[in-house]
Ligand binder design. Structure first.
Ligand code: ASP
Length: 309
């Protein structure tokens, strides 16, 4: 089986079959990651450049590890300290890197659509590691794998996506994925942080009351307040946000059933999640990080097979 696409630009472009294939392959790679020797030769002779024009901790380390576990040759680029700060265009930077014979590009950029632009101009396979407020496909895939492991399936699972939906590429990729895979979704947050068109675009229910969303769901995927992506004041203070939308241990314990807590990281402890919730045994935040490596191995492996097909 192969993917229907040459690039991984967004979940929007994937079929349900593509998503299942990536998740199944990731499960196989997870077994490899449990072995004493965690390395397979699958991407030997494949050269991958990691282009990070925007800060990242988890995603960058996770891609680098995934590439190493697959025996790829890798080059890392971060915008600070590069010629980007001297005014070089995105296409010039990338063309220079490609003339060094690179097969795949993993890219994070603060501009929505940047990886789609590159895909039109260069022959390498492109993986979007987060573009502006658009998509973060590998995050949605690792979230899906984590939900599947915990709840056995995605079909019919009730997921509440909570917080700053408006500025979150994680929310958008999750919405596409959960819709395609038959999960039920509610988005919850202050009205100023939920785009108006959302319920028509994705057919999801919007719930402004946090308690109601939590009482309904099996899984709460809690998002970070993306202060760096907001250019106007959309809520009065972080303290007030925490009072209305922060999840505390007391709130969690008062729900009719135990729910699963997820967060893509980095967590603003004491804002969207209290520390004792993030650290509780209902939280699968560290399993998400662990699954990130396997999911990225799967995506890289399947795209490289597609390139050679
Ligand atoms: N790490 C995720 C992202 O890159 C989530 C976040 O930054 O809040 O979008």
């Amino acid at each position: 089986m192969t993917l229907s696409t040459r690039h991984l630009l967004g979940i929007k472009d994937l079929t349900a079959q593509d998503i299942s294939l990536i998740l199944q392959t990731a499960q196989e790679f997870k077994e490899v990651l449990q072995r004493p020797i965690k390395k397979v030769p699958s991407l030997r002779d494949v050269t991958i450049v990691n282009l990070f024009f925007e800060n990242s901790t988890r995603t960058r380390i996770s891609f680098e590890l995934a590439e190493k576990r697959l025996s790829a040759d890798t080059v890392n680029f971060t915008a600070s300290g590069s010629s980007v700060s001297k005014g070089e265009t995105l296409l010039d930077t990338v063309n220079n890197i490609l003339s060094m014979k690179v097969d795949m590009v993993v890219m994070r950029h603060s501009a929505s659509g940047a990886p789609h632009f590159l895909a039109k101009h260069i022959p390498a396979a492109i993986i979007n590691a987060g573009d502006g407020i658009n998509e973060h496909p590998t995050q949605a895939l690792l979230d899906a794998l984590s939900i599947k492991e915990k709840h056995g399936t995605l079909e019919g699972v009730k997921v509440a996506i909570i917080g700053d939906i408006m500025h979150s590429r994680v929310a958008q990729s999750n919405l596409y994925l959960l819709n395609k895979m038959g999960a039920e979704v509610v988005v919850c947050g202050p009205p100023t942080l939920i785009p108006k068109h959302l319920s028509e675009a994705f057919g999801v229910r919007v719930e402004y009351n946090l308690r109601k969303a939590l009482e309904w769901c099996d899984v709460a995927n809690v998002l970070r307040i993306q202060l760096e992506r907001q250019n106007e004041v959309l809520f009065s203070s972080l303290r007030e946000y925490n009072l209305a939308y922060g999840i505390s241990r007391r709130l969690l314990d008062s729900l009719p059933k135990p729910i699963t807590i997820m967060h893509p990281g980095p967590i603003n402890r004491g804002v969207e999640l209290d520390s004792d919730v993030a650290n509780s045994d209902q939280s699968i935040i560290l399993q998400q990080v662990e699954n990130g490596v396997a999911v990225r191995m799967a995506a890289l492996y399947l795209l490289s097979n597609r390139q050679n097909a």
